[in-house]
Design a binder for this molecule. Sequence first.
Ligand code: HDD
Length: 741
Amino acid sequence: MAEQNPAHAAGGPVPGRPGSVAPQVPEPSEPGGPLPPKPDQEGPETVGPTGQPTGSGQDRRAQGGPWLTTAQGTRLYDTDHSLKAGPRGPVLLQDHHLREKVMHFDHERIPERVVHARGAGAHGVFLGYGTATEICKAGFLAKDVETPVFVRFSTVLGSRGSADTVRDTRGFATKFYTDEGTFDLVGNNIPVFFIQDAVKFPDVIHAGKPHPDREIPQAQSAHDTFWDFVSLHTEAAHHTLWNMSDRGIPRSYRMMEGFGVHTFRMVSASGGTALVKFHWKPKLGVHSLVWEEAQLLGGVDPDFHRRDLFDVIEAGAFPQWELGVQVFPDTPEQAFEGIDLLDSTKLVPEELSPVQPIGLLTLTANTKNFFAETEQVAFHVGHLVPGIDVTDDPLLAGRLFSYLDTQITRLGGPNFAQLPINRPHTAVNDMLRDGMHQTAVHTGVAPYHPNSLDGGCPFLAGAQTGAYVETPVAVPAASKVREAPLSYADHFTQPRQFWLSMSEPEREHIVAAYTFELGKCYEQTVKERQLGVLANIDPVLCARVAEGLGLPAPEAAVPLADPEPSPALSQVGGAWPVDGRTVGIVTDGTGDLSQVRAVRDAAVAAGMLPLVIGPSGGTVGSDGDALAVQRTFATARSVEYDALLFAGVPAPAADAAGGGDAKAALPQADGADPRMVLLLGEAYRHGKALGGWDGAVRLLEAAGVPAGAEGIALGSDGTEAFDRLARMLPGHRVWRRFGAD
Ligand code: HDD
């Protein structure tokens, strides 16, 4: 028998039902205490229309019992042959299994997200430090409170099947399943946005997506419409500069920062308010690919980031980020040090307002089913919990509308909150009813409030009983206008600050990125207009890009500002944990394999992922001394590794360099497979730590690496070479090879 609703028990018999008298309905806004969740609020996998549990086990809707069945649970004896009139006869219309199987297949796909279609997700846990409690009453931020989370990373422009390593902004969306309701922090890896007002969002996306006539290029900003838009809307200069920097091509999701971008309002238990900006700080530091690597990876391993995330979680090297906030006084101006906090194209330098850590995110589990979890997860900036409120940023206002709206098309109706990945981990007792894909079996007769027929249930909570109460912020008396405030008009000071904060190698990368992207445009006017934008950021930047394009560099059209550089914006420098770094150990099977083993073991002990690369699959070495090979010269490209060590290059011999055409086309080190030389040459060009022993020096020569080059770890044996290599990895790249100090 279904559990009796305690409200009914308290109120006595219900009118309209046999033997009922009018109940004593308590004042709905002041219930005596919180009600337990109604048993009928659950999906059909736990309760059927009869109120009885259905199936058994956790996945009751699917994969229950050992037998193959139809969707109705009827067991099948064959699923490989249509029902036919004889083995060679026509297929019969009455084949209900064929019909059901193909019908379902026909509808397996749902529309991809209109932006952020390509992504990867993982489960984890958030640990509150308690350091935010003074300014925020949200329970999940309290000390030692653990909250389950689901995080989805994404690119913005590409389709679901596009490559991970394209130059683009990355999404960083986190769903906190808190005890007070679900909180979504839907951010990016760049702290500022393209536009200041959501009304332009369709425009900037139309400009960035492939051209409508031929639907190319895929997942790229290197085309005319994108640069046409951003050169005409100069508020985009800041975000675009971040895109053209190394931030646009992260090494992995676990080496990206995340930002809430907008300013939010935090509310304390005593009702005090503060303005905050959210930051995710990766424990492994912020690191990027170099452009050539990113391009090669698009072909070699388009799933590079997705694979990295999945593999490190499987290996137990759980990625971690600290959540932090920059805190600003909640003044009527909503500005800090002259920076308008409601303008999402501006950041507040960390040197002016340090990021204060408030909790730790650890990703601990991969998805079991990509579609059910990563594809169906629905984030929304309006999923807020008591203690966190929105501000009047016009970009945020549009988002508050958009995220619910888009799910109706994408997830096929208004009941997407009932999908397992979207279900809150707290009691739900809403008055939302029916609609497409309704899976709850609601009982009761009065889904409205107040009511007397369901015993007044559900009741309204108050501030003391955990209700979400909007902050009563004063709205200034004003006229309705389609205008931006004057403070939104400065589009160049902060991009200039970003440029001035970069190290020389980072500047070189930025120049190369603009030159590449604009070089892919056909329209001369677009290139010239964008050079005009760059001139307003910095004359050197403009001149260097103009030179690459073969165009004259224009003069700045605005006076150049003189902002203080913000060292926190640069990625170069510092030492970071090396967990999960991939070290390739290249051997052709000759030489002392015990050295390879020693290096492999040392790398594992250091928390890295060593992979032995050999001439072919299987093993290298003699029977008694065989060593397993994880990658082959045919399957390995340097771009998949953070560092490479070379072992076992045989001594020169008159006939040792032979081989097929592919070998002949590449530079030769006597006796070495030319594909080793290719691996080495690329790794050198990409600033990676590399080295080796036992003949590796001849490979370096063959690859054209200058004697005494930076970041080469040579050793008399494997252990010595590895020790030298391991000292370079915390810096991510050998920046000195690119001219950094
Ligand atoms: Fe958005 C998805 C981040 C502005 C409209 N957005 C989406 C996702 C992220 C962001 C990470 C992917 C969520 C997921 O993994 O499912 N978006 C941002 C940030 C913005 C931003 C950081 C600015 C600060 N977005 C923005 C605006 C609008 C949208 C101004 C519309 C007016 N965004 C959407 C959307 C998406 C979306 C169309 C597509 C799929 C979805 O929402 O669920 O509604």
